[in-house]
Design a protein around this ligand. Structure first.
Ligand code: DX5
Ligand code: ZN
Length: 214
């Protein structure tokens, strides 16, 4: 079974607390927090204050996905008792090793994400220090896009590397995944599936979540 991290980007922001309370009651593993700066990606979502407003409502840990330049400048804002992972983009970091170290020193597990056009081998030198690899299966910036299947061999690549090197990082996939195609990423060996629209817009959220993870 895979784990699931619904992305609150697809929630109804006018009733965010209710939506978060609802999905947290349906057997999910993490809440995926999509933070966009309008520079690294062509969209602006929300910042740490919105995330923190959910601290008393969320009953699962946060999986924070920073789609921002200068993540070192802001990452402490996202550290709360609920924060488990802080994920930064390889493409947004000048000194990835230093940023990974910074995340850990700040008190979170360190995730690194690669965009659809990035070769998975760029992370080879960092694998022993990474707690989670987030493979993007859409161009970051927007929810509700179509799944890109060039993510599948990347998941398999990181799974093979993990075995070869005896490491234990998690592998996560993000973008365009729902019950109709989750089997493709599970077969490739993914550990955590991010799903925004598929979960929040489902007529029966519990059924959709179960179908994605099973
Ligand atoms: C895209 C975000 C994703 C997105 C997923 O930039 O990182 O987390 O919200 O949404 P869906 O599942 O709707 O593709
Ligand atoms: Zn995301």
């Amino acid at each position: 079974m895979a784990k699931i991290a619904p992305s609150i980007l697809a929630a109804d922001f006018a009733r965010l607390g209710e939506d978060v309370k609802d999905v947290c009651s349906r057997g999910i593993d993490y809440l995926h927090i999509d933070v966009m700066d309008g520079h690294f990606v062509p969209n602006i979502s929300f910042g740490a204050s919105v995330m923190k407003s959910l601290n008393s409502i969320a009953t699962v840990p946060y999986d924070v996905h920073l789609m921002i330049y200068n993540p070192d400048k802001y990452l402490e804002d996202f550290i709360t008792d609920n924060t488990e992972y802080i994920t930064v983009h390889y493409e947004a970091c000048d000194d990835l090793a230093a940023t990974i170290k910074h995340i850990k020193e700040a008190g979170a597990k360190a995730g690194v994400s690669i965009k659809p056009g990035t070769d998975p081998s760029v992370l080879d030198a960092y694998l022993q220090d990474i707690d989670m690899i987030l493979v993007m299966s859409v161009e970051p910036g927007f929810g509700g896009q179509k799944f890109m299947d060039n993510s599948v061999p990347k998941i398999a690549y990181y799974k093979a590397k993990r075995e070869e090197l005896g490491l234990d990082y998690m592998i996560e996939v993000d973008g365009g995944v729902g019950s109709s195609n989750a089997h493709i990423v599970k077969e490739a060996g993914v550990d955590i599936i991010v799903a925004g629209s598929a979960v929040f817009k489902a007529a029966d959220r519990t059924k959709e979540i179960e179908a994605i993870v099973q």
